[in-house]
Design a protein around this ligand. Structure first.
Ligand code: NI
Length: 187
């Protein structure tokens, strides 16, 4: 089922999400909905809070990117960054902040402890786009958006766009939660 995406200034995006205790049929259904909603929006990653579930659960699928065509979809549950290396600057965007992009500096590689869709534990190293995407999604679990990590000067330039999203004056080619609440219809 495609679930509308919550957008900037929605309280669920500012909350610290709760760890999962296991994977039952309701979590499996949520994972399915997350993949469906993410692909419908042409996203490469989605965190559960973005569709209104404040749980430490992330889905990723970079295979729509030419350089990652062979990548398998991935489920990350209860992630914990054990260590980081390097730093780089990349342009990010977010399905919860439609139409906005900005430069963000983050570690370039991470060692991650997480559980997969079967709740099996893994410790794995990630670099490149995967490290970038995972860190962006983990931020969602801690109530942080990429715009919160932008340089003040850059952030000022997009403040108008953020205000517009807060007020529901935003359109995307995928369903937004505000449409459902009728807030988007407000002038
Ligand atoms: Ni995002």
């Amino acid at each position: 089922m495609i679930v509308p995406i919550n957008t900037y200034s929605d309280p669920v995006l500012a909350m610290k999400a709760k760890p999962l205790k296991g994977v039952d049929s309701s979590v499996e259904e949520l994972i399915g909905n997350m993949f469906e909603s993410m692909r419908n929006a042409s996203g490469i990653g989605l965190a559960a809070p973005q569709i209104g579930s404040s749980l430490r659960l992330i889905v990723l699928d970079l295979s729509c990117m030419e350089s990652h065509a062979d990548d398998k979809p991935m489920v990350i549950i209860n992630p914990r960054v054990l260590s980081v290396r390097g730093r780089n600057c990349m342009e990010e965007g977010c399905l919860s902040v439609p139409g906005v992009v900005g430069d963000v500096v983050r570690p370039s590689a991470i060692t991650l402890h997480y559980r997969d869709e079967k709740f099996v534990e893994h410790t794995e190293e990630f670099s490149g786009m995967m490290a970038r995407a995972i860190q962006h999604e983990i931020d969602h679990l801690d109530g942080t958006l990429f715009v919160d990590r932008m340089e003040k000067r850059d952030r000022k330039k997009i403040q108008k766009d953020l205000d517009a999203i807060s007020e529901g004056r935003v359109k995307a080619d995928y369903p937004l939660a505000r449409d459902m609440a009728g807030v988007g219809a407000r002038s």
